[in-house]
Write a protein that binds this ligand. Structure first.
Ligand SMILES: C[S@@+](CC[C@H](N)C(=O)[O-])C[C@H]1O[C@@H](n2cnc3c(N)ncnc32)[C@H](O)[C@@H]1O
Length: 312
């Protein structure tokens, strides 16, 4: 059954059709396994609460062990925490910490929001929790879409969608969102300026872009272009200082910028858990000097900016 039907009915038929087409046509080798896990989930009575650090979806089930096993089949769970049918999912990231840093600056009441690189849709749930009307999340990583499908099976009426799309799949003309989030995506893009220009096109005049990305500490006009990996991540292309990032935003025509937060990422915030058993930040930092990554680069620092799009 098409999980994006309600998105189409809510006024986004082109996006809904594109998402459904990519989901139906996916040839990912693990797809059958993931779908079997979702099918094995026991019946969960709906009952959602999204205005809390660990959003609650579904009432407590009679058989939590079967639910836990089915959900563990959708490993790795990176963004959370979440409470699904009474099963607590302790994800790799304490994404609630990131939300807590930016939430005081956000005014999403009644808004239609686009979340680029949304993972499993955790932040979309938090956006609904502060009054957003509808959240369209896009993420090309299929296992995160599967995690969202599992949540959607529990709560089919929530207006939080995760579509298996990258930003490059959004056709010209898709847009007019009240707010556009791009958190943790810019450094994965080969052409950061082009990414920022796209963000500007996706948000309505007078709307807001919430940009969160890796930055280099210090005020110099510098960028880091890692040779090979950065903190063991393969696809980090460019990390600017905050000052360079502000220049890029200006060049993209985004000038009204407020810095919400600059924080060092710690192994308390990003760590291995029973729900994400691969290595995590701790193993990506130099054992003798945690101010450096294992490759010898400055350890991760992230900045979160609130940018208002002008009317031009
Ligand atoms: C570091 S995670 C950030 C997730 C979440 N936004 C957060 O802040 O915690 C980056 C996400 O971007 C997604 N991503 C990678 N390339 C993308 C693209 N071209 N368009 C949209 N999302 C992309 C990845 O699949 C991944 O889920």
């Amino acid at each position: 059954m098409n999980p994006y039907q309600a998105l189409g009915d809510a006024g986004w038929p082109v996006l809904a059709a594109l998402g459904w087409q990519r989901l139906k046509n996916s040839s990912h080798g693990d797809l059958q396994h993931w779908l079997a896990c979702i099918k094995a989930m026991p019946e969960v009575d709906p009952g959602a609460k999204t205005d809390c650090a660990a959003p609650v979806l579904g009432r407590i089930v009679d058989d939590p062990e079967t639910l836990r096993k089915a959900l563990l089949g959708l490993h790795p769970w990176r963004k959370g925490p979440l409470l699904l049918g009474g099963v607590r999912i302790d994800t790799e990231w304490r994404s609630d910490w990131k939300w807590k840093r930016i939430a005081p600056y956000l005014e999403l009441e009644g808004q239609q929001v686009l979340d680029i690189g949304c993972g499993n849709g955790y932040f979309g749930l938090r956006m609904l929790g502060v009054g957003a009307k509808l959240v369209v999340g896009i993420d090309p990583t299929m296992v995160f879409v599967m995690q969202w499908l599992a949540m959607q099976k529990i709560e089919p009426t929530l207006n939080n969608f995760v579509l298996p799309l990258g930003i490059e799949h959004l056709r010209a003309g898709t847009g007019n969102f009240d707010s556009v989030f791009s958190m943790g995506v810019l450094y994965h893009r080969r052409d950061p300026l082009e990414h920022l220009q796209r963000l500007k096109k996706l948000v309505r005049p007078g709307g807001q872009v919430i940009l969160e990305t890796l930055v280099l500490a210090g005020g110099a006009e510098e960028i880091l272009q890692p040779k090979g990996r950065y903190a063991r991540m393969r696809n980090v292309h460019v990390v600017p200082t905050l000052s360079v990032l502000l220049t890029w935003l200006k060049r993209a025509g985004l000038v009204d910028v407020q810095v919400m937060d600059v924080s060092k990422t710690t192994p308390d915030e990003q760590r291995s858990t029973a729900w994400m058993t691969f290595e995590s930040l701790q193993e990506s930092l130099d054992r003798h000097d945690p101010s450096l990554t294992v490759e010898g680069y400055p350890a991760p620092v992230r900045a979160a900016l609130l940018v208002t799009r002008g009317y031009r």
